[in-house]
Design a protein around this ligand. Structure first.
Ligand code: FE2
Ligand code: FE2
Length: 315
């Protein structure tokens, strides 16, 4: 992947610094033009810790000036997330309370729209935007594994093992999506569509990486995972039906069909066995788990509202 196209002053300065390999402290003082500029900059910095860029020296992943900029951007983003998605106190058995919190979500749904009325162009647009996460599916959560104690670690690995194909490269969820994209005539190379995605997609991906990269935020990372898995099975069924209605290839439908079954299991695993075990071992993490869950639901709602508004559909 190449450095993405700049969206403002900060991402422009960052791209130049990455390209030349000489970031300085002055970078932190460059004002972001807007949210898209700010989130693209953070996304770009985060990618140095995933697959990097063809035109950037791998050494820069741990360059102190870039880490200082990343920290500045992260602080503001985390403060915003905590303001937007402040959870209520959960009472009673934790897993039941977490299921209830997630079940009370009435956010907008792109899957319902795809199932019933989206056009082929709208659906292909959605699939292009989904590549930013699905091509690194489960990766942001993998950062969390070494930070957990025995119970939640074993449970998380059970779920991750499944996401990563149980040892079979052809069953890796990100690879199932690659096969779907190829069959649908879309690009399947990592990050291919980052220049096209709306800021809401960058925010969703940045939240997952923020939670994954900071040990302090392990509870939020697992709460995010729980909400993601618990709101995936039914929408995946709707997506599969919508893709079938539009005549999209079987490989693309297969990705969603896999998630109807898998995520019905994963939601129990994530909510009860992973988050339940975490809170049992670390009770102080309960509020953080709830915060992570609300962040997942809230950012998906923002994305869905944006898409439905762009498509002239009612939320
Ligand atoms: Fe998956
Ligand atoms: Fe899953």
């Amino acid at each position: 992947m190449r450095i993405p196209k700049a969206r403002g002053e900060l991402s422009e300065a960052l791209a130049a610094a990455l390209h030349e390999g000489t970031p300085t402290a002055a970078l932190t003082a460059v004002p972001a033009t807007d949210d898209a500029d700010r989130h693209l900059s953070l996304w770009t910095l985060y990618e140095l810790s995933y697959r990097g860029f063809d035109d950037v020296d791998d050494e820069l992943e741990w360059q102190p000036e870039l880490l200082a900029l990343r920290r500045t951007l992260e602080r503001r983003f985390e403060a915003e997330l905590r303001e937007w998605f402040s959870p209520p106190e959960l009472g009673g058995p934790f897993a039941d309370a977490l299921f209830e919190l997630i079940g009370n979500d009435d956010g907008a749904s792109v899957a319902t729209f795809v199932q019933r009325e989206a056009t082929l162009d709208q659906t292909l647009e959605l699939l292009r935007y989904r590549t930013i996460y699905h091509l690194k599916e489960a990766d942001p959560t993998a950062w969390v594994v070494p930070r957990l104690t025995t119970g939640p670690k074993a449970a998380l690995m059970e779920l991750q093992y499944d996401e990563y194909g149980c040892g079979d490269p052809n069953r890796l969820h990100s690879h199932l999506f690659v096969r779907g994209l190829d069959a649908a005539g879309l690009r399947s190379d990592y990050g291919a569509y980052v220049d096209d995605v709306p800021v809401e997609v960058l925010m969703q991906n940045n939240a997952m990486t923020l939670f994954g990269l900071h040990r302090r935020l392990r509870g939020a990372a697992l709460g995010h995972l729980a909400a993601f898995e618990a709101t995936s099975s039914l929408p995946s069924r709707r997506m599969a039906q919508g893709l079938g209605r539009l005549g999209l290839p079987a490989e693309m439908i297969a990705y969603y069909q896999e998630h109807i079954e898998a995520d019905a299991v994963h939601e129990q695993l994530a909510v009860r066995t992973i988050c339940g075990a975490l809170v049992h071992e670390e009770p102080a993490q309960a509020a953080e788990v709830a915060f992570g869950a609300l962040t997942c639901l809230g950012l998906e709602d923002r994305f869905a509202r944006r898409m439905l508004a762009d498509w002239g559909a009612a939320a």
